[in-house]
Every structure is written in structure tokens, then in C-alpha cells.
Design a protein around this ligand. Structure first.
Ligand code: FMN
Ligand code: SF4
Length: 453
């Protein structure tokens, strides 16, 4: 089977499912998904326009005040949905512009290769014009003259849908010269990646876009100062950009109110769940919804299985325990528990699953996806895999747990060139913290086994 056919089959087999019926989704409470149809069909331009599509762009162009867009986004405090939570408005306020600084690029990060994550895919496959509308607003705010959607190569359905939507937007006057009769010009190209996780890191993405090897770049300079082809560039996640139209149309106060008194972070979020639960899928819920509510919406664990641990937002976040299900899933609360909100899509682990085998699987992924630049990541991650493989086979040696702790610490924050290594370290460190005895059982020497336990 050719590589491209395998990719297409994958894309068809795994659907990104929104679990809330149309009747439950309203414009004032579900800004990301209220336009989606129950049949899962694409909301093309005509339907999108009927459902208030591109009204935020019309409003912003009529007001012709990029600074106002930035300050509304800053007040709304839309935390970056690519996993870091950095305020989109703040990022936009730091982009170099004005004077003799050339107009730059607006890049939509649609690489979505974080294991357990399938939220951007839903937005792109079913509502491509919301992505485009968010990009136009960001371009206006950042004075970008051209945009790129950097799309994960395997997302063939999203590629097809986005291509047609870009054509529709051009034909409808929402892209190209003099958008909606204004003097603002902006167009977007779709760029499909070759399927490497590191391409999601924003500076590696820029290198890849330029046709170079996808190694992360040194920061500073940040992309907002010097990004693609040396020009000021803004990189935002798909879901982050999809928040902008609602904020610009309805204001920062409305956005902040969406999360009620659950959390200080405003807005709604595409939360999701996978693993052995009854109904894996996605929901648009207020920011700060608890893990317990999401698990409940998924119908609980499959066939009454017992939950052992869970990852709150992808493979590069830290394991949490069943008692953490009552916590608000926001950036600060999850951070305080030694993990990260990440992408906000939970992966559930049952009592029967081996933590050693699971972590080995994750570290194999991270080791394979290292760009190879920094020693702790390039050499350390394959070493953790070797140790974890031995432990999984019950052939571990005395000192293996300490060795894993050392290798993970070497990959910690500020030890390597990008956040790939700290992301790889987090599930390992938290699994060792919470389930040390499981790792100790993989050591063949009985005396040490007793001590470690
Ligand atoms: C190894 C690695 C992979 C990443 N992959 C993605 C990705 O697929 N999508 C994404 O939006 N951000 C990804 N990020 C985060 C980006 O570097 C960047 O912070 C993000 O696109 C900024 O957008 P936001 O502020 O809207 O979240 C990744 C980071 C790292 C270190
Ligand atoms: S941490 Fe890993 S992925 Fe990031 S630059 Fe270093 S070697 Fe590359």
C-alpha cells in the first residue's frame, strides 16, 4: 500500500466527533461550534454567511483600528490553545510593526500531532471559514500581508476542505485584494507538512515552511520580531484563532463571562476524551470544566473499568490521578498539580494497563520525533526507551529508576533548545512519582524490588 493511501485510510477511519447536538449549542455560549451541523457536514461559505459568518471581519474593517482588536483580545485574555496558554492579545501586541518595518506573516499552526489530540481537526474539517475568519482578524491586528496554514500531512480531509474554503473565500471577496471593499489585502496558502511532531514547534515550523530542516530556532529573536523569511511573523494555534471572531463581535466581557465562576480564564474550550471510555469525543464547554464532568459526558469508563490515571492534554502533559478529576481544567489549576492543561483532550488509563508499557510507548514516540540537536533529547530519550523496555520485560537492573529520574531531569525546562524534551520528560517523571512500585516490579533483583516498593 502506498504511503498516501495509508494516510487517506487513517484519515477516514478516525473521525473527530462533536458529541453535543445542535439544539444544545447556542451562539452566545458555544462560539466555536454553534454553526456545526448534526450530520457532521462541512459548513461552506453560503451557510457560514447565513450564520453571521465574517461579520467580525466586516466590523473590524469598518472600524479600521488594529490596536482596538489587540486590546480587545488582550482584555479577553484568550490563552493559546496550542498548549502553552500564552495570551493571544499579548502576543499580537509584541509583533513589530509600523514605520519602515515590512508587513509580515500570519501562520496558523495546524500541525496537531500531539498524541490523544483531535480538536483542530474538527474545526478545520467542518468549519473552515471560522479558521479563515480568525486568521484575517489576526492579520489585521498584526499587519500581516500573507498567511499560511501549516497543516499536518495526514489530515487529507482537512486539506481538501480548507482548499475549497480558501477558493470560496477568495471568490466571495473575503481574501485577496481590498477585502470586503476595504483597502486591506491579505491572502492565505495551505501548506501540508510531512508528518513530523517537531514541525508543530513554532520556530521549527517556520524553518520547515522556508524549506529548511525542521530544527527549532534560537529565541530571541521571537517570531514576532523576525520569523518567516526574516519578517515579523505570528504563529497561533487553530483553536486560538477560532476564538477571535467571537471576541471581536461580542467583546472581552462576554468572553470572560463564558466560563462563569469556574476559573479566572475566560472563554469556552474544545475539551475531549479518549482511551477506554464509553463514548470518546469532543465537547465545547466553559473553560474550567472539571475532568469529572467530561468523563461523565463520555458515559464513564468502558464496561465499568476502574480509572488509574489520566493525561489532561496530550502525551506531553503529566499524569494525574482519579482524585484530580474534580479540578477545574484551566491553565493555572492543572499547572499547580505538576501537569499542564496542554491541548485539553484527556487520555484515560485503566487499572489493568501497565504504566511501564504505556510510558515506554510514549517515550518511543518522543525519541523518534526528536530533531536530534540537543544531547539530552537525542541520546537521553532513546536511553529511557531501552531502560523502560527492560523494565517492561522484568529485566530491569538495580538503579534503573534513579537512572530514569536522571535522564528525565536532564530533559527538564531550560536544559534543551526547545520544549520537546521537557514535554517528553513530564509523563515519565509523573508516572515515576505516582506509580514507582510498578517500575520497581520490573527489576529482576528481589532485594532492590522490596526497597523500591
Ligand atoms: C514539540 C512541540 C510540538 C508542538 N506542536 C504544536 C501543534 O501541533 N500545534 C500547535 O498549535 N502548537 C504546537 N506547539 C506549540 C507551538 O510551538 C506554539 O507555542 C503554538 O503554536 C502557539 O500558538 P498559541 O499561542 O495559539 O497556542 C508545539 C510545541 C512543541 C515544543
Ligand atoms: S529538545 Fe529535542 S527536539 Fe528540541 S531542539 Fe533539542 S533535540 Fe531538537
Amino acid at each position: 500500500m502506498s504511503h498516501s493511501i495509508a494516510r487517506q485510510r487513517d484519515s477516514v477511519r478516525y473521525r473527530s466527533r462533536l458529541m453535543q447536538p445542535e439544539a444544545e449549542r447556542r451562539p452566545d455560549t458555544h462560539p466555536l461550534t454553534w454553526r456545526l451541523r448534526d450530520d457532521g457536514g462541512v459548513v461552506w461559505l453560503e451557510e457560514y454567511l447565513r450564520k453571521d459568518g465574517y461579520q467580525s471581519v466586516r466590523k473590524a474593517l469598518a472600524e479600521s483600528d488594529p490596536q482596538a482588536i489587540i486590546s480587545t483580545m488582550k482584555d479577553a485574555n484568550v490563552g493559546g490553545r496550542g498548549g502553552g496558554g500564552f495570551s493571544a492579545g499579548l502576543k499580537w501586541s509584541l509583533t513589530l510593526q509600523g514605520g519602515d518595518i515590512p508587513r509580515g506573516y500570519l501562520i496558523c499552526n495546524a500541525d496537531e500531532m500531539e498524541p490523544g489530540t483531535f480538536k483542530d481537526r474538527l474545526l478545520m474539517e467542518q468549519q473552515p471559514h471560522l479558521v479563515i475568519e480568525g486568521m484575517i482578524l489576526a492579520a489585521l491586528a498584526n499587519n500581516s500581508f500573507y498567511g499560511y496554514i501549516f497543516l499536518r500531512g495526514e489530515y487529507v480531509t482537512a486539506a481538501r476542505v480548507l482548499s475549497r474554503a480558501l477558493d470560496e473565500a477568495r471568490a466571495g471577496g473575503w481574501l485577496g485584494r481590498d477585502i470586503d471593499g476595504s483597502s486591506f489585502d491579505f491572502d492565505i496558502a495551505l501548506h501540508t507538512g510531512a508528518g513530523r511532531y517537531i514541525c508543530g514547534e513554532e520556530t521549527a515550523l517556520i524553518n520547515s515552511l522556508e524549506g529548511k530542516r525542521a530544527n527549532p530556532r534560537a529565541k530571541p529573536p521571537f517570531p514576532g520580531q523576525s520569523g518567516a523569511w526574516g519578517k515579523p511573523s505570528v504563529v497561533n494555534n487553530v483553536e486560538t484563532l477560532c476564538n477571535a471572531p467571537g471576541v471581536i463581535l461580542n467583546g472581552a466581557e462576554w468572553y470572560q463571562g463564558l466560563s462563569g465562576d469556574r476559573t479566572d480564564d475566560g472563554g469556552s474550550k474544545l475539551y475531549g476524551i479518549s482511551g477506554l471510555v464509553e463514548n470518546p469525543g469532543l465537547w465545547e464547554l466553559p473553560m474550567g470544566t472539571t475532568g469529572a464532568e467530561i468523563l461523565d459526558r463520555a458515559g464513564g469508563m468502558r464496561n465499568g473499568r476502574q480509572l488509574k490515571a489520566w493525561l489532561p492534554g496530550g502525551a506531553s502533559t503529566g499524569f494525574l490521578l482519579p482524585q484530580h478529576l474534580e479540578l477545574a481544567l484551566d491553565f493555572d489549576t492543572v499547572g499547580k498539580e505538576g501537569s499542564r492543561l496542554g491541548t485539553g483532550l484527556m487520555t484515560m488509563v485503566t487499572q489493568e494497563q501497565s504504566m511501564v508499557a504505556l510510558v515506554r510507548n510514549l517515550e518511543e514516540f518522543f525519541a523518534r520525533e526528536s530533531c536530534g540537536w540537543c544531547t539530552p533529547c537525542r541520546d537521553g530519550l532513546p536511553w529511557t526507551v531501552r531502560v523502560l523496555r527492560a523494565l517492561a520485560l522484568g529485566q530491569g537492573e538495580i538503579g534503573d529508576i534513579e537512572l530514569l529520574e536522571k535522564l528525565a531531569a536532564d530533559c527538564g525546562p531550560a536544559q534543551t533548545f526547545c520544549a520537546h524534551a521537557p514535554g517528553a520528560a513530564m509523563p515519565l517523571q509523573t508516572a515515576l512519582r505516582h506509580f514507582r512500585s510498578e517500575f520497581a516490579q520490573g527489576i529482576s533483583e528481589p532485594r532492590i524490588k522490596a526497597e523500591e516498593g
